[in-house]
Design a protein around this ligand. Sequence first.
Ligand code: P6P
Length: 358
Amino acid sequence: MVVSDPIPAEYSLDRDCTTLSRHVVQQLVKTGKAASLLAPEAQDISAIMGRIALAGKLVARRLSKAGLVENALGFTGDVNVQGESVKRMDLYANEVFISVFKQSGLVCRLASEEMEDPYYIPENCPIGRYTLLYDPIDGSSNVDINLNVGSIFSLRQQEGEDLDGKATDLLQSGHKQLGAGYILYGPSTILVYSVGDGVHSFILDPSLGEFILTEESIQIPPHGPVYSVNEGNFWQWEDSIRDYTRYVHRHEGYTARYSGALVGDIHRILMQGGVFLYPGTRQKPEGKLRLLYESAPLAFLIEQAGGRASTGTQRLMDVIPQALHQRTPLIIGSQEDVELVESFIQDHHRRQGAEQDG
Ligand code: P6P
């Protein structure tokens, strides 16, 4: 008689065999973006997600040892295109994403927060017509103090030949994204993605070296208690955002959470509900966060999870960038909480209009 050794509940085989690549292919067929599991577009995007997962594993490994490895932490002494001091981890992660796509025949252009112009992999271009836009390490100020950081990615299809090397075909709205996601490097390494049919999360099982499916079709609560904003900027904000802040200070049921790293703050809101704000200031009305590789991919995800993302006055996904590193104000999260912030902005504009008419 064969005695089947009971498999402990936490190791369900079906779940452990739902690897990221297999899940992506299934998703693409479900969304109709691929005719079959073996269709080239399904295999390509699945392979791209597999390479992104490999990049996540390499970055997670480096982060876990950063404190023990010479010259892994701290600053390089350079300043990036954003005018920000570059951390060694920023550069490492940026190189990792480039390296995993070399000889892949998949992605022929990479646009990153860390590079003024896109990086081309010409040998891939005849085959792979995809462009990866990414923030290799978002929140890198947290790296040296062992707090959570993340990578954000967005996948687009190249349009035209880009002969001038300026990638102007990328200057289109967020609706052009084929998929988007983030990797959160925390107590666990979590990869969250969507290719247009819901948001799904995977946790890296270090013993397997695989991202294992943990949650499918994540839905953000319509309302949540968290508001996530750097209140140190209060005196630089427009009156509308100050009025919103005073409202949540004075009403029960709100709590402030802000880590200084976008991916962790967004993940909390995706899972528990609430709103994240990085509004413009009087000096910088365009805000701080970048549109193409931070706000647009997160807006894609949050909308797929039933949430809302805006600049405060416009749906974030509709914004058409004028430049690769364009910044944008970002208000993102639960439908009701984003709408509450927008209502303060609309009221403020109405009052301004009335005063001007008055
Ligand atoms: P501040 C990190 O530099 C980042 O780009 C995001 O990860 C984060 O949400 C934001 O900037 C924090 O900016 O001005 O509050 O320190």
